[in-house]
Structure formats: structure tokens, C-alpha cells
Write a protein that binds this ligand. Structure first.
Ligand code: XUL
Length: 457
């Protein structure tokens, strides 16, 4: 059976076809938002904003991206053979509609009640976070995380306060994941527990929206959220007739989408406790399936639902690949230099620096640029590259001790192609590092969840 996984991440959208009988990926196509859809003015996946705390995207970008990636897929694969669709979206980002999505025969035409979507990189909700943590000292015990700036609850709270008229006009709040799923199904899709846990609204004990927190966040919020989908439930969604245009059979099952990290947990085969994953994408993320519920005592990490059942832990560093890209440009080298130059020249170097180009979330730190424990200006190109990579990996290590120690770490994401980066992870974590044959672990996770959903029918 062939299934499709769609991964809408920060900078691109991918479509991956998986042959579930052979257990292999057949084809992958992708659309880069900045390069291929420049009309939406999101060069790195978000609208440029001088305020470094504000990171928002134009949600129409995701609608256009979906159409474009399906067009590319149709050129690469006989889409009539696809038996089910699953997928994921960047976590926390929210989409606001004036009515629950209802597609029908025509092209997707969601009625937005808010023209911008805050994404996971946004840190503008400090006041709301403080208010929610003061009101709910047990927020982490309830939802898996203390109130966090990028999480959807504080974002909704700020929007409802800043623009009460637009909030009153909002009938549905989706995550990027459930928005895309709704577009495909042509109807109001649920939010799964993997992505729903990134909102500060889902009570992980009851696996349902926490009515007390919802009431404190914004008037009428509980009625404006879609229902929660539990792992393993039978899917009732089917592909809308419009998508026959791309060669699909309409009506094939569409399983509820999840967050990119929960999907990646499944795609890397780490959805059972034992192995941890380091995903080096726009954000650098460490995650693992959990055998018992425990929250980060420092308040940086999170507990999300595991799409395969139970929970997963996660820590997310904002200055990931965009920061590496800036360092590469500052140093004036290409990526080959990272391995062939920097790490070859300085094996065992212990220099440490951290690139705070964006306001950092793990640990909390303003956007001050490179912070080095040595004279950065006088450092050689190799020292700059090695110290930043070591700094990023050491930070990830130090902030994930609460999750536990792991003998094996699976690395995924673009930067995992670098031998020097993989070796730094192995050395710092004292673990065996495994790479995956499939770089697109989130899209693969979506396709695997689609195959499981189809088998349950
Ligand atoms: C996780 C997080 C990011 C986004 C984008 O909490 O904010 O990893 O999911 O990838």
C-alpha cells in the first residue's frame, strides 16, 4: 500500500510517498516557501518584522504551498495509487477562521478572521505567559509545560486582548497541522494530542481541553477549538473531491495531522522509549518517547502526546539552522568547510560560543548576536565554526538532562549530514549516533500514521 505524508515545516512543505509493504520511501517532493512562493513575502517562512519578538506568517502561504507540492507530486508519482494521507505541521502556529472549515468541490477558500498566523518563533507574549503562570502554578503538571511564549494559548490570549473584534469574529482556531488536514478533508479536522499539547490548553491527564485554562485565556475559547483526536482512533475524514484535480481518488482516508516533532518521533522509529532523537532543522530539537510523565524542573522542556500512545519529552532551541547559516555567511565559507576545514583542522577543540541571532527560548536569552567565551573577532574561521557547533550541542545536552541519559541518539534534519556535527553530538552526549536513511523523518512519520490509520478501517 502507498501512503502519503505531508510535512509543512517552517521553511518548506514536503510530500513523501511511502510503500508500507516494503517499508521504504518511494518519492519525495518539496516546495521552498521563500524561493517558490515569493508573493507571500515569507523568505524564511515568516513575514519580516523589525521587532525580533514578533514572528508571524501569512497563512495563505500554507494553502498555496499545499497546492504546489501536490502539483509536483502528481508529476513525480501516480497519485491515484495513494491509499491514505497523513501529515504534520510546524508546532504551535495558529490559524484563525471566521467559521469552521468547510471545503466542498472548489479550491480551498478558508475565511480568515486574522490575516497573520503567529508561528513557533514568536516570543511576543511575555505578559500573557506571566499572567497564566501566576494564575495556574500547576500549568506544567496539567499541560506538560509551564506557559511558554510561542505556545498557542498565550498567543490566543494576546490576540483576543489586542483585537477583541477580530477574536469575536473567530469561530475556529486551528494549528498549522489541523488547518492543513481540514483543507484536505474539506471539513473541520481535529487536533491530535501530539500537537495539541503544544498549546498550554490540553490537559494531559484527561486528554481533553482544560476548561479552566481555556476560560482564563480568551472568552468563548473552548467552543472555538476543534475536538481532540486520540492516538489510534478510527479516522472519519476522507479526501475532498477537489483533490481529484491532482490525480487522487477522492474519499481516501485522511488521518488527523500531528506536530512536526511528534511525527518525526514516529518517522525515526523512536516512538517507543529507549532511543532519543536530535533533529537539526530550523529549530534544533531533542526528543524521546517517555515511559513515565515528568516535567522539566527548569521549565524549558515539554511533554507532548506521543502519536503512538503515551507521551514524549522535547526541548527546542530556536537558533538552529538559520543561525548556522548566518555563521557560515559571517565566516564566508561553504558548508563543505565545516567538515573538511573546521573540524579537520581543530579535532578535540573545546571552544564554545552560542549564536543568539533570534531571541532564544532554551535557555531564555535576548537576541544579542554571538556570545563567545573568547575573543570572537580574533578567532580563525575554523575556531568560529567549531565553537558555535560545540556551543549549540552543549546547550542541547545541558538542557535535556532532565529527560535522562541515552546510549543511542538518532540524528535527523539537514545539518545531520555533517560528519563534524554528528561527531560533536556523539562526544558531548557520550552516545552512539545513528543517522537515518530518510532525511524527511516528519513526512515519513505522517505517512506511517496514514498507513496505520488505513489498517484500522
Ligand atoms: C517545538 C518547536 C519547533 C517547531 C518547528 O516545540 O517549537 O520545533 O515545531 O519545527
Amino acid at each position: 500500500m502507498y501512503t502519503l505524508g505531508i510535512d509543512s515545516s517552517t521553511q518548506s512543505i514536503k510530500a513523501l510517498v511511502y510503500d508500507s509493504d516494503a517499508g521504504r520511501v518511494v518519492t519525495t517532493v518539496s516546495v521552498n516557501f521563500g524561493k517558490e512562493l515569493p508573493e507571500y513575502n515569507c523568505p524564511d517562512g515568516f513575514l519580516p518584522n523589525d521587532n525580533v519578538l514578533v514572528r508571524q506568517a501569512d497563512p495563505r502561504l500554507w494553502v498555496a504551498g499545499l497546492e504546489k507540492v501536490l502539483e509536483k507530486l502528481q508529476a513525480a508519482f501516480d497519485t491515484s495509487k495513494i491509499a491514505a494521507i497523513g501529515g504534520d505541521g510546524q508546532q504551535h502556529g495558529s490559524v484563525y477562521l471566521s467559521e469552521p472549515y468547510c471545503g466542498g468541490e472548489g479550491a480551498p477558500a478558508p475565511k480568515f478572521s486574522r490575516l497573520v498566523s503567529p508561528i513557533w518563533m514568536d516570543s511576543s507574549t511575555g505578559a500573557e505567559v506571566a499572567a497564566l503562570n501566576a494564575k495556574f502554578p500547576d500549568m506544567a503538571a496539567r499541560t506538560g509545560s509551564p506557559a511558554i511564549e510561542r505556545f498557542t494559548g498565550p498567543q490566543i490570549m494576546k490576540f483576543a486582548k489586542d483585537d477583541p473584534a477580530a477574536w469575536a469574529d473567530t469561530a475556529r482556531v486551528y494549528l498549522v497541522s489541523s488547518f492543513l488536514c481540514s483543507l484536505l478533508a474539506g471539513e473541520d479536522a481535529p487536533i491530535d494530542i501530539g500537537d495539541g499539547a503544544g498549546m498550554n490548553l490540553l490537559n494531559l491527564k484527561t486528554m481533553s481541553w482544560d476548561s479552566e485554562i481555556c476560560a482564563a485565556v480568551a472568552p468563548g475559547l473552548a467552543e472555538k477549538l476543534p475536538r481532540v483526536a486520540l492516538p489510534g482512533e478510527r479516522t472519519t475524514l476522507g479526501l475532498a473531491p477537489y483533490f481529484e484535480k491532482f490525480g487522487f481518488k477522492s474519499g481516501i482516508p485522511v488521518v488527523p495531522f500531528t506536530g512536526d516533532n511528534p511525527a518525526s518521533l514516529v518517522g525515526t522509529g523512536a516512538d517507543k522509549p529507549g532511543v532519543a532523537v536530535v533533529s537539526l532543522g530550523t529549530s534544533d530539537v531533542f526528543f524521546a518517547a517517555m515511559d513515565r510523565f515528568q516535567v522539566d524542573p527548569e521549565g524549558y522542556g515539554h511533554v507532548f502526546g506521543n502519536p503512538s500512545g503515551g507521551c514524549m519529552s522535547l526541548a527546542c532551541v530556536k537558533n538552529g539552522s538559520l543561525a548556522r547559516e548566518k555563521v557560515r555567511a559571517l565566516v564566508g565559507c561553504d558548508y563543505a568547510f565545516f567538515d573538511e576545514g573546521a573540524f579537520a583542522e581543530l579535532p578535540g577543540a573545546t571552544l564554545r560560543a552560542f549564536p543568539y541571532f533570534e531571541e532564544e527560548i532554551t535557555p531564555k536569552h535576548p537576541a544579542t548576536g554571538i556570545e563567545a567565551a573568547f575573543d570572537w573577532e580574533k578567532a580563525s574561521a575554523a575556531e568560529k565554526v567549531v565553537s558555535v557547533i560545540r556551543g549549540q550541542v552543549l546547550n542541547l545536552f545541558e538542557r535535556t538532562r532532565w529527560i535522562g541519559a541515552f546510549d543511542t541518539i538518532r540524528v535527523t534534519g539537514g545539518a545531520s549530514r555533517s560528519k563534524g556535527i554528528r561527531e560533536t553530538i556523539a562526544e558531548v552526549f557520550g552516545a552512539k549516533v545513528e543517522t537515518l536513511d530518510v532525511p524527511d523523518s516528519a513526512a515519513l512519520g505522517g505517512a506511517i500514521l496514514a498507513a496505520r490509520g488505513k489498517c484500522r478501517m
